[in-house]
Write a protein that binds this ligand. Structure first.
Ligand SMILES: Cc1cc2nc3c(=O)[nH]c(=O)nc-3n(C[C@H](O)[C@H](O)[C@H](O)COP(=O)(O)OP(=O)(O)OC[C@H]3O[C@@H](n4cnc5c(N)ncnc54)[C@H](O)[C@@H]3O)c2cc1C
Length: 408
C-alpha cells in the first residue's frame, strides 16, 4: 500500500495552496483530485478572469464573512497582501479594478491555475487526477486509510479541501461533508449563498437585461430590515442578480419564509428623498408639457420609468404640469424605494458559494486541524465560512489552505 505523510483531497485553491505549502516544507505530499484537471471551479471564477482577493483592510475582511472571526488566525499568517506577494514575487502580475478588486493582469483564471500547478511541481507535490476519494478510515494506529479508485493509500495526515456543494459540475459535490460527518464532525446543512434572488410575478421580466451600476438595495421582513447593500444590480429572467443582490442572498438564505420578504430598490441612491423631490420638481417646472414617463426616462431606463408611472397610478398621457403633489410623492417613493416581492433563491447548484459546512467550533483556527480527529485538517469552502463577492471567498480558501499546509 502506498504511504504518504500528507494527502490533500481536492485541487481547488484551498487544496493547491495547502499542498504546495506542505510540499515546500519538504514533506512528501500527494494531492488527490477526482476530475481529470485541477482547479475546475477556479477556472470559472470572476467570469474566467478570477477575482483573487480584495485590497481592503483586516476589519473589512472579517466583517465580510459568515463566521469571519474564525479566519482571524489564518489571516494573521496569510492575508491579501501576502497573497499578492505570493504571486508577484514570482513574476505573476496582478491588477486592481474598481480600486479594490485584485485580478491577474492577464485577466485569465487559467493563468492562475497554471501558476499554482508550477508552484506545486516546484515543491514536488505528487498529483493524481481522476482519483475520487471514496472513503477514509482511521485505523487503530495513527494512520488514515484512504479508499481511492486507484486502490488504498495510507496517510499520516489528511487535508480535506473538497469544497462546498455549489456548481457541482465542477466536482464540488459535497463529498467532504459526508467524510467529515463520518469522523463525528457537525456539518451545517449546505445552503445557497451568493446567488440570484427570484421575484414573484411576471411583470419584472420586462426589465430583464437592465443593470444599474450603483443602486441601493434593502431586504425587509415585514418592518424589519434584514440587510442593505449598494452596488451593481442586474434584472434577469428569474428576478435580480449582480453583486448587491448576491450579497443580500447570503442573508436571505437564512430566512425560513422567503416569500414574506421584500427587496426595496433605490434607483437613484445619490439623492436623498428631499433632494429627489426637488429634482423632480425642477424637471416638472422646466418641462410642464411632457409626461412623467418621458421625464423619468431621462433619469432611469425607459422600461423602468414606464413601470414606475403605472405603479404610481398616474395616467399615461397626463402631463407633469397637471400632476398632483400626491402623485409626485408616489413617484419619489418608487424611485428611491421600489418594492419587489421575493419568491426565493436560486438552487444551490446555481449559487457561487455554499453557506454551511463543517462547524468552525470543531476546527483549530490556527492550524485548521480537527479538534475531534488528530491528523485531520480542513481548508476552504468545506468549512462553515462564506464571504461576500469581491475576492473574499478565494482569499479564505487560500488563507485556510496556507494554514493547513504549513501545520501538517
Ligand atoms: C461561477 C463562480 C464564480 C466565482 N467567482 C469568484 C471570484 O471571482 N472570487 C472569489 O473569491 N470567489 C469566487 N467564487 C467562489 C470560489 O470559487 C470558491 O469559494 C472556491 O473555489 C472554493 O475553493 P475550495 O478549494 O475550497 O473548493 P473548490 O474550488 O470547490 O475545489 C474543491 C475540489 O475538490 C475536488 N473534490 C471534491 N470531492 C472530491 C473527492 N471525493 N475526491 C477528490 N477530489 C474531490 C473537486 O473536484 C474540486 O476540484 C466563484 C464561484 C463560482 C461558482
Amino acid at each position: 500500500m502506498k504511504k504518504y505523510p500528507v494527502v490533500v483531497i481536492g485541487s481547488g485553491p484551498a487544496g493547491m495552496m495547502a499542498a504546495l505549502q506542505a510540499g515546500g516544507k519538504g514533506v512528501k505530499t500527494l494531492l488527490l483530485e477526482k476530475n481529470s484537471c485541477i482547479g475546475n471551479k477556479l477556472l470559472i471564477t470572476g467570469g474566467g478572469r478570477c477575482n483573487l482577493t480584495n485590497n481592503r483592510g483586516l476589519p473589512d475582511f472579517i466583517a465580510s464573512y459568515h463566521n469571519g472571526d474564525f479566519l482571524r488566525n489564518a489571516f494573521a499568517r496569510f492575508c491579501n497582501q501576502d497573497l499578492i506577494t505570493f504571486f508577484e514575487e514570482k513574476g505573476f502580475k496582478l491588477v486592481v479594478e474598481d480600486e479594490r478588486l485584485i485580478f491577474p493582469a492577464s485577466q485569465s483564471a487559467q493563468d492562475v491555475v497554471n501558476f499554482l500547478l508550477a508552484q506545486m511541481k516546484e515543491n514536488k507535490v505528487e498529483l493524481w487526477l481522476k482519483n475520487p476519494v471514496l472513503d477514509i478510515q482511521k485505523n487503530s494506529s495513527r494512520f488514515f486509510e484512504i479508499d481511492t479508485v486507484a486502490g488504498p493509500i495510507t496517510a499520516e495526515k489528511i487535508i480535506l479541501a473538497t469544497g462546498g456543494k455549489s456548481y457541482p459540475q465542477t466536482g464540488s459535490t459535497g463529498d467532504g461533508y459526508v467524510l467529515a460527518e463520518k469522523f463525528g464532525h457537525k456539518v451545517f446543512k449546505p445552503k445557497p449563498a451568493l446567488c440570484g434572488i427570484m421575484l414573484q410575478g411576471d411583470w419584472h421580466k420586462k426589465w430583464q437585461g437592465i443593470s444599474f451600476e450603483k443602486a441601493g438595495l434593502k431586504l425587509m421582513l415585514e418592518k424589519k430590515q434584514l440587510g442593505s447593500e449598494s452596488g451593481e444590480i442586474i434584472f434577469t429572467h428569474f428576478g435580480i442578480s449582480g453583486p448587491a443582490a448576491l450579497n443580500l442572498s447570503r442573508i436571505l438564505t437564512e430566512v425560513e419564509d422567503k416569500r414574506s420578504t421584500h427587496l426595496f430598490v433605490n434607483f437613484m441612491p445619490e439623492l436623498n428623498e428631499n433632494a429627489l423631490r426637488d429634482r423632480l420638481m425642477d424637471e416638472f417646472l422646466k418641462h410642464g408639457r411632457m409626461t412623467a414617463r418621458k421625464i423619468l426616462s431621462t433619469l432611469i431606463p425607459a422600461r423602468i420609468a414606464e413601470q414606475i408611472v403605472v405603479f404610481a397610478g398616474i395616467p399615461e398621457e397626463k402631463t407633469v404640469s397637471n400632476i398632483t403633489g400626491r402623485e409626485r410623492q408616489a413617484l419619489v417613493v418608487r424611485l428611491n424605494s421600489f418594492s419587489l416581492s421575493v419568491d426565493g433563491l436560486l438552487p444551490i447548484e446555481d449559487a457561487m458559494v455554499t453557506r454551511g459546512g463543517v462547524s468552525v467550533k470543531e476546527i483549530n483556527p490556527q492550524t485548521m486541524e480537527s479538534r475531534i480527529v488528530p491528523g485531520l485538517y480542513f481548508a476552504g469552502e468545506i468549512v462553515d465560512v462564506d464571504g461576500k463577492t469581491g475576492g473574499f471567498n478565494l482569499q479564505a480558501a487560500f488563507s485556510t489552505g496556507f494554514a493547513a499546509g504549513i501545520h501538517v
